[in-house]
Design a protein around this ligand. Structure first.
Ligand SMILES: Cc1ncc(COP(=O)(O)O)c(C=O)c1O
Length: 377
């Protein structure tokens, strides 16, 4: 039989590779209540075709929550669907897309579907270097290249955990306006902070420019909902909303959107988010303490202040791609750094997700990985 779900749990392997939430972090009770309320009280609206932009009541609530106008917001089938839709509307095959190094590997997959050419931008612990963006944009345009957009994960980036500083967000917004560069900021992890909230979104620094912000309920509620939102200039929202697909099928994931609306209206979101942050913070702290005990000399990492991931750097003698089968044979898995780069790079880096595993598995997984890295180094 075909599988029902994406995640595969291999017996005997501690899977650090999957950036998914542990079952006990998912809001079962809240969603049961919201779905029951919706089917009891809101069924005619929830079960018919939806308004193309998304249910008006959900848009009104989200627009108020993030303090923007309703015509600048639409409901999406999650960030992946939004990225796919944006590629369709904003790019042509062969266009360049600027991305951070390293970047979210599955965004690269979507860009490849549209035959875009990712060009990676250097950065540091404050995020991407804005001067490098300016130089590259000018250089590429002088060479006659078309740049579809710049794609960033500004808060607790997948995979490196880096957060773009407030100064650079403001600088980037100014630069994007001056150069007429479209920027897509993917805020998948922005609400999952464990110490301090991230700076305001890039879009808040230059309203009216082509600054697009993507939000998702995948990480703060559940990925199976397939629900998110997009903030963009209303001209772009109108272009997206007037597609034949939405005209024929109505707004995406309309029933789910009603269930999330009911959950938000019941006041169940904020308490859930607090519980989720506490559960993830505890996992992060457990993993960091275990890494400090078990990693050999020369392996380094920075404590992430939010999100799902710890990004490890190994000595140059270790190739994390070549090491993966050996690690899996020893009962521990991860994603090699190479997957998060468009060209070369990442051979001495790897990503660990702490969102899925129990505290006992995080400790045992770190022990196994430490042993594998020590033997390889
Ligand atoms: C940075 C980033 N963006 C988007 C996604 C996927 O979002 P969605 O489930 O809303 O399509 C992920 C999931 O891992 C992610 O890490």
């Amino acid at each position: 039989m075909l599988p029902d779900i994406q995640f595969v749990q291999r017996p005997g392997v501690i899977e650090f590779g999957w950036g998914h939430l542990a079952a006990e972090l998912l809001p079962h009770t809240e969603l049961l209540r919201a779905a029951t309320w919706t089917l009891t009280n809101d069924a005619p609206a929830a079960l018919t075709y939806g308004y193309a932009q998304g249910p008006g009541r959900l848009i009104a609530l989200l627009a108020e929550r993030i303090a923007i106008a309703e015509h600048e917001l639409m409901i999406t089938g999650g960030t992946s669907q939004a990225l796919d839709m944006l590629c369709k509307h904003l790019s042509q095959p062969g266009d360049v897309v600027l991305v951070e190094a390293p970047t979210y590997h599955l965004a690269l997959r979507i860009f490849r579907d549209y035959k875009l050419r990712p060009v990676m931008l250097p950065g540091d612990q404050q995020g991407v270097h804005v001067t490098a963006v300016a130089t590259l944009v000018r250089l590429l345009r002088q060479r006659g290249e078309r740049i579809a957009f710049l794609y960033l994960v500004p808060s607790f980036r997948n995979p490196s955990g880096v957060t773009l500083s407030a100064e650079r967000r403001a600088e980037l917004a100014r630069l994007a306006t001056a150069l007429e560069l479209t920027v897509i900021e993917d805020e998948a992890y922005a609400e999952l902070w464990y110490d301090l909230p991230p700076p305001p979104p890039i879009a808040s620094f230059a309203p009216g420019s082509m600054l697009i912000r993507l939000g998702s309920f995948a990480k703060v509620l559940a990925p199976g909902l397939r629900l998110g939102w997009m903030q963009a200039p209303s001209s772009l929202i109108q272009r997206c909303v007037s597609s034949g697909m939405l005209d024929s099928g109505g707004g995406v994931n309309h029933f789910t959107a009603h269930v999330v609306l009911a959950l938000l209206r019941a006041g169940d979101f904020e308490p859930h988010l607090l519980r989720l942050r506490n559960g993830l913070r505890a996992r992060r702290d457990t993993l960091l303490a275990a890494l400090a005990r078990t990693m050999p000399r020369g392996v380094t990492w920075r404590p992430p202040l939010g999100g799902f991931f710890v990004w490890l750097r190994t000595p140059p003698t270790i190739d994390t791609t070549a090491l993966l089968p050996i690690a899996e044979a020893a009962g521990v898995s991860y994603i090699p750094g190479e997957r998060f780069y468009a060209g070369s790079g990442g051979r001495h880096e790897l990503r660990l997700a702490f969102s899925l595993l129990s505290e006992a598995d995080l400790i045992e997984g770190a022990r196994r990985l430490g042993k594998v890295l020590r033997e390889a180094g």
